[in-house]
Design a binder for this molecule. Structure first.
Ligand code: FES
Length: 226
């Protein structure tokens, strides 16, 4: 087990920040999407851009974004504290976000949390002592149909169970590349196993029967029964 390292609260106060050349060019591209006088609308993508450069949102980031967005820093800070995707403290090289909301919980999120505790040795909100990963608990990430799932950095890992989650977390811990998507190998959100409905090719007479002109279905699809 690894000793946990919590995120120091004081970090949020003082880290300086300046957009680098590449980020500044991207910031200008983002700002160009908005009319003059509406730069404040770009706060979310600018914060995301800054976080990708800096890793988290310090006071310096807030001030730099506020300047570009021509808005008071407090307006930017309000956004930072509303959305959980903005890190208000330093995080590890990887951000492991475990969804424990209803669908994931019903499908075994507790086992994913157990796997994370065993592999990373930390609790939610903590970073491993080698700085590899920060583990967070998050609300629904919109991939319920492939629950339980975990977001690591920008990628979703879905259809996990205790064993696959352990394999995934070990790979992250050891610095190996991991494939995003379903760990049950299903295609996107297609049913697991064989298809049980819509099995005929809709472009063939067999598959097209249900929309024959004289069928009730055709009447319904044309605007209801006559
Ligand atoms: S409940 Fe986990 S993705 Fe929706």
């Amino acid at each position: 087990m690894t000793a946990a390292k919590t995120i120091p609260e004081s970090d949020a106060a003082d880290a300086p920040f300046a957009f680098n050349e590449a980020s500044l060019a991207e910031a200008r591209r983002i700002l160009a999407k908005y009319p003059e006088g509406r730069e404040r609308s770009a706060v979310l993508p600018l914060l995301d851009l800054a976080q990708r450069q800096h890793g988290w949102i310090s006071r310096g980031v807030v001030e730099a974004v506020a300047e570009l967005a021509k808005t008071p820093p407090i307006r930017v800070w309000e956004v930072v504290t509303f959305y959980t995707m903005y890190n208000q403290g330093r995080i590890g090289r990887h951000h492991v976000q475990i969804c424990t909301n209803v669908s994931c919980w019903l499908r075994g999120a507790d086992e994913i949390v157990r796997a994370a505790r065993e592999v990373f040795g930390v609790e939610f909100g903590q970073t491993t002592d080698d700085g590899t990963a920060t583990v967070s608990e998050v609300e629904c990430l919109g991939a319920c149909v492939n629950a339980p799932m975990v977001q690591i950095d920008d990628d979703y890992h879905e259809d996990l169970d205790y064993e696959s989650a352990k394999a995934l977390f070990h790979a992250i811990r050891q610095g190996h590349a991991v494939q995003a998507g379903s760990w049950a190998k299903r295609q996107c959100s297609a049913p697991a196993g064989e298809r049980s409905t819509l099995t005929a090719d809709p472009t063939t007479p067999e598959g097209g029967k249900w929309i024959a002109a004289d069928s009730p279905a055709a009447g319904a699809s044309a605007g209801g029964a006559k």
